[in-house]
Design a protein around this ligand. Structure first.
Ligand code: HEM
Length: 156
């Protein structure tokens, strides 16, 4: 098997694993962690904040890996010249939804530990971000099922 084919497989696996970490962490936060803030006792807020800090490196790494592998996959898929209009349109929708989700999550992320801001998501945007991320996820799976890439094709 040639190197390019291996690289393509690695990129897809990295993208898929990073997607699960990013979406799973967001869902767990929204369903299990964020509701705890309602009580607003200092100890509870402290635990919420620590939980977020504990996940921060994972979400930063997942974001970097999603963008890095996503951009590489995108150029690779478009470069094979087999992209139909419907493929390119779906891909554009997917990249738009995924890019927007990542950008929104990045711009409302907690900046500094130890501040009230650390546990606040602006305008309750958490569900909007997760919805966009889920759209990107589902479209990603659909694209790879409807337009299966040829793993043995190598980079062209
Ligand atoms: C929240 C953000 C994102 C999520 C949850 C996500 C999720 C996924 C998933 C689950 C797949 C299917 C993997 C496979 O079966 O091979 C996929 C494929 C893909 N993703 Fe993403 N992704 C996100 C962001 C991005 C971004 C920002 C880009 C581009 C800059 C991107 C580009 C791609 C490409 C090109 C594919 C391959 C589509 C194909 O098979 O033709 N993704 N994505």
């Amino acid at each position: 098997m040639e190197l390019a084919a291996i690289a393509r497989i690695v990129l897809r696996v990295v993208h898929a694993v990073a997607a699960v970490i990013w979406l799973g962490g967001g869902l767990y936060y929204m369903l299990a962690v964020r509701p705890l803030r309602r009580g607003s006792e200092p100890q509870v807020l402290d635990v919420v904040q620590r939980a977020q800090e504990g996940f921060r490196q994972w979400s930063v790494a997942a974001t970097a890996l999603l963008v890095g592998s996503g951009v590489a996959l995108m150029f690779d898929r478009l470069a094979d010249g087999r992209g139909t209009i419907s493929y390119v349109a779906l891909l554009a929708l997917k990249v738009g939804a995924g890019g927007l989700a990542l950008w929104l999550a990045w711009s409302v992320r907690p900046r500094r530990a130890g501040r009230a801001r650390a546990s606040r998501w602006v305008f309750g945007s958490g569900w909007a971000i997760l919805t966009l991320g889920t759209i990107a996820y589902v479209l990603g799976v659909l694209l790879s099922v409807l337009y299966p890439p040829d793993p043995g094709a190598g980079f062209r």
